[in-house]
Write a protein that binds this ligand. Structure first.
Ligand code: ADP
Ligand code: ADP
Length: 226
């Protein structure tokens, strides 16, 4: 079944149309890559899902229409987003960043969910008391993803997670995302200019350019055609 489905989504910044007729589905428990060059409309597509841009068309999440729902209500449905600036809180320690991430969350004790997150990103375990801004870029990305996972989302959306990171770090973080979906309980949408890294873990891919879908299908097919 589809976790996320976009149908004929248009989006505007003032009078300027940034998306036109965007449509794709992401199956439950799968990883989808949202690809395309700078300015293609990847971030705007994410904003259309979270109601952070003026848009039209249909966005359904686990069968329910969420297009136009206020952003805070979208988060409460179990959609967590990691923005391209990562959005960890610099003055707070790793531990407190994780705790803040749990605030929007559903059930389960914070300590239990923190253990699961630290299991995914063991590097963070030794630096729980460290302020987030003293972490390396890769560690900050791990913290940003970990923080998003603290809310136990059904759908995790990442905007350019590889940005500014060494290829070896990107592979490690992406491998962790793959592990996370292996149990089939979380769905991941990754917006990336880095098609090679994201297609290596994605099940399906959507290629945007100029605000429209240029190609979509199984990741292996998109990989072969790019
Ligand atoms: P991507 O994430 O693929 O780099 P974006 O979704 O950020 O692309 O941008 C899609 C188009 O929308 C681009 O032409 C960009 O210039 C425009 N755009 C993005 N953000 C804004 C904004 N806040 N105001 C006006 N235009 C914007
Ligand atoms: P439930 O019993 O509510 O279905 P699950 O234990 O199946 O709870 O997992 C629910 C949520 O926990 C997932 O949607 C996901 O957000 C998060 N999650 C799943 N696996 C992990 C993991 N290994 N580490 C951190 N969070 C996870």
């Amino acid at each position: 079944t589809a976790a996320l489905e976009l149908r004929s989504v248009d989006a505007w910044y003032g009078p300027v149309r940034a998306l036109e007729g965007v449509g794709f589905t992401v199956e439950e428990g799968r990883i989808a890559a949202l690809l395309g060059p700078n300015g293609a409309g990847k971030s705007t597509t994410i904003k259309a899902i979270t109601s952070a841009v003026r848009s039209a068309g249909s966005v359904t999440f686990r069968g329910a229409e969420i297009g136009g729902l206020p952003t805070h209500r979208v988060a409460r449905l179990g959609i967590a987003t990691v923005s391209s600036d990562r959005g960890t809180i610099p003055g707070l320690t790793v531990e407190d960043n994780l705790r803040v991430g749990a605030v929007a969350g559903r059930g389960r004790r914070v300590a239990d969910q923190r253990e699961r997150v630290l299991g995914l990103f063991p590097d963070l375990r030794g630096m729980l008391r460290r302020p987030a801004h003293l972490l390396s870029g890769g560690q900050q990305q791990m913290l940003a993803i970990g923080r998003a996972l603290m809310s136990r989302p059904h759908l995790l959306i990442l905007d350019e997670p590889s940005q500014g990171l060494a290829p070896v770090i990107v592979r490690s973080i992406f491998a962790t995302l793959k592990d996370l979906t292996a149990a089939g309980e979380i769905t991941v949408l990754i917006a990336e200019q880095n098609a090679v890294a994201s297609l290596a873990i994605a099940d399906t891919a959507v290629v945007l350019s100029g605000g429209t879908v240029r190609a979509r299908g199984p990741a292996a097919e998109i990989r072969a055609s790019t």
